[in-house]
Design a protein around this ligand. Structure first.
Ligand code: ADP
Ligand code: AMP
Length: 227
């Protein structure tokens, strides 16, 4: 891990449609660079599970594949960003997803004297996303992500990371919801590629390549961001 004193705190945004590989790559970057992965999808699923007011409001919206309101998501993200571990830098996975969220993030960063070091767009073809999402599953113990075809554990049914044997699939990972999530991505999130390009912090990565090839490209970009 490169999170010694020689490493700068960097705040990274991973952009890309559902299934692009944001979570997979964020976890690998977290391990390599000691940055903290912040997934608003994970935070919202935890709120749904805990039955909080925000979770109750978000549940049906998530099941339909629509975006949860900026108000709810920004409040959840702000709370998490305020926790001490985030001071070493974060990898935002699935946030921001609207221009309103991007502007709120800029304000939050400015308040704490920070900024977005790099926004990395994982570029993929829409028609590959249904296969990626419908084959996705996760270790219930540690959250490690797998895929029926593209990323299988060394021993079938057993997590490589924690040895757990309970695997879960997300309720919204079905073909119908994927189409709606892709529509939401193109209408509301894709414009953020230009938003960050305009700020001079955008990097584009071909995320149709295999997981390790994408990881190598990201490592190079992030190594520069923390240097
Ligand atoms: P996101 O967080 O962007 O929604 P994930 O990281 O969960 O996407 O990846 C979606 C699924 O595709 C997972 O099952 C993951 O194992 C698999 N996957 C991720 N990156 C790739 C890749 N480059 N090639 C093939 N499959 C991938
Ligand atoms: P994800 O885990 O990133 O695929 O997100 C799952 C679902 O959570 C999305 O389809 C949205 O309903 C909701 N969600 C996650 N992040 C956001 C966000 N930044 N803004 C709005 N909705 C979000």
């Amino acid at each position: 891990m490169m999170d010694g004193t020689d490493q700068k705190a960097a705040n990274l945004v991973l952009l890309g449609p559902p299934g692009a590989g944001k979570g997979t790559q964020a976890r690998m970057l977290e391990e390599s660079f000691g940055l903290v992965q912040l997934s608003t999808g994970d935070l919202l699923r935890a709120a749904v599970k805990a039955g909080t007011e925000a979770g109750r409001q978000a549940k049906a919206v998530m099941e339909a594949g629509d975006l949860v309101s900026d108000e709810i998501v920004i409040a959840i993200l702000r709370d998490r960003l305020g926790e001490p571990d985030c001071a070493k830098g974060v990898i935002l996975d699935g946030f921001p997803r609207t221009t309103g969220q991007a502007e709120a993030l800029d304000r939050l960063m400015t308040e704490t004297g920070q900024g977005i070091t790099a926004a990395i767009s994982l570029e993929v073809d829409d028609n590959a996303m249904v296969a990626r999402i419908s084959g996705r599953y996760t270790c219930a113990g540690c959250g490690e992500g797998y895929h029926d075809t593209f990323k299988t554990p060394a021993t079938p049914g057993t997590c490589d990371k924690c040895g757990g044997t309970e695997m879960t699939r997300r309720a919204d990972d079905n073909a119908e919801t994927v189409e709606q999530r892709l529509r939401a991505y193109h209408a509301q999130t894709a414009p953020l590629i230009d938003y960050y390009d305009g700020k001079g912090v955008l990097a584009r990565v071909d995320a149709m390549a295999d997981i390790d090839t994408v990881a190598q490209e990201l490592n190079t970009i992030v190594a520069q961001a923390v240097a």
